[in-house]
Design a protein around this ligand. Structure first.
Ligand code: PLP
Length: 375
């Protein structure tokens, strides 16, 4: 089986598994306990905080561990909106992950006003759209750095600078869940205030994430209770998972060939596919190499995916959390593509663990199956 659904989740690296194991066994202590068991677990959590901070170009105290990308996004948006007081207006885009879109819907119930700007045809977002949506009462702007369905990159930092030039009080959040495996992330140099990350997209465990909170940001804690994470996210830390997240990003940082291997796999897939007519790219040529979204004219994506599964290729029609729903991809629809094109679109996503041989074989399989389905 060739796994080409790395945007949904990535396999755990053996080194990550190894790093986590002691925290599931003898180092089981509660990181808040002051005895030796607790101190061992605390040491693991703090080492991982330094690793994650290093990977995103932040200070360790700016990293808040969470239960994943969705929670980070939720804490970021709700916390920034509550801290914004009377400035109730939020600007985001129609191409965001549902974690952002549905949190905005929840905030609307609490009195927020939300403008969802249209993305470009590739799923990325232009600065003009965002600047045009700003209002005097805008409190929060949220834009993803890499779109999880098309791989389009949004110039979030440049947009954040332009937003702050208009109104320095606006808090800018970025969903960087798909960026960490694909692009350099350097938050120290950036104008972004809050950023969300997830371990399982970078060969770490599921159920662990991080929220970057720039020091001094206008943001307040949402998940309150105990004093964990310096009072910014209550609840006993998932020490094993956090250690795994740290090990995963450290591995990424020590692997300068990582990006090149992903690109080789993506290119090998395209070579395997070469010659197949009626293929339209939904991904931009300038997108990240991890994600390739293609429309196969005359073929239904759900049927193609089932046939591919039987033939040994795992891919998806878009975000995993919407898979199985009959709704066409909201990202591709918002990008202005006709519904029949959207319903014939498949996302193939690659990682540094995808071998070029497997990718080429998968490309040839896709070509063969599409030709069969077209009869
Ligand atoms: N944001 C993006 C862009 C994603 O791709 C995902 C993963 O599906 C999430 C947020 C949610 O992350 P998690 O699965 O860790 O909650």
């Amino acid at each position: 089986m060739v796994y080409l659904d790395n945007a949904a989740t990535t396999p755990l690296l053996p080194a990550v598994h190894e790093a986590m194991a002691p925290y599931l066994e003898e180092r089981f202590g509660n990181p808040s306990s002051i005895h030796r068991f607790g101190r061992q677990a605390r040491a693991g959590v703090e080492a991982a905080r330094r690793q994650v901070a290093q990977a995103i170009g932040a200070m360790p105290e700016e990293v808040v561990f969470t239960s994943g990308g969705t929670e980070s996004i939720h804490l970021a948006l709700v916390g920034a909106w509550l801290a914004a007081g009377e400035r109730r207006h939020i600007v985001t885009s129609q191409a965001e992950h549902h974690a952002v879109l549905h949190t905005c819907r929840l905030l609307e119930q609490l009195g927020a006003e939300v403008t969802r700007v249209r993305p470009r045809p590739d799923g990325g977002v232009d600065a003009d759209e965002v600047l045009g949506a700003l209002r005097p009462d805008t409190g929060v702007v949220s834009l993803m750095r890499v779109n999880n369905e098309t791989g389009a990159v949004t110039a979030v930092d440049a947009i954040a600078r332009a937003v702050k030039a208009r109104n320095p009080d606006v808090v800018v959040h970025s969903d960087m869940v798909q960026a960490l495996s694909a692009l350099p992330v350097e938050l120290k140099q950036s104008a972004v205030d809050l950023a969300s990350f997830s371990a399982h997209k970078v060969h770490g465990p599921k159920g662990v994430g991080a929220l970057y909170v720039r020091r001094g940001s206008r943001w307040q804690p949402v998940l309150v209770g105990g004093n964990q994470e310096r009072g910014r996210r209550a609840g006993t830390e998932n020490a094993a998972g956090i250690v795994g997240f740290g090990a995963a990003v450290a591995h990424l940082a020590e692997d300068p060939e990582h990006g090149a291997r992903v690109r080789r796999a993506r290119d090998a897939f395209l070579e395997g596919l070469a010659g197949l007519a009626g293929v339209v790219w939904n991904s931009p040529a300038s997108g990240v190499p991890t994600i390739l979204n293609l429309a196969f004219s005359g073929v239904r994506a759900d049927i193609l995916l089932m046939r591919l599964d039987l033939e040994g290729v795992a891919a998806s029609a878009g975000a995993a959390c919407t898979a199985g729903s009959l709704e066409p991809s909201h990202v591709l629809m918002a990008s202005g593509h006709p519904e029949d094109r959207v319903r014939s679109s498949v996302r193939f996503s690659f990682s540094a663990l995808t071998s070029p041989e497997d990718a080429a074989r998968a490309g040839r399989t896709v070509r063969r199956v599409v030709e069969v389905l077209r009869g």
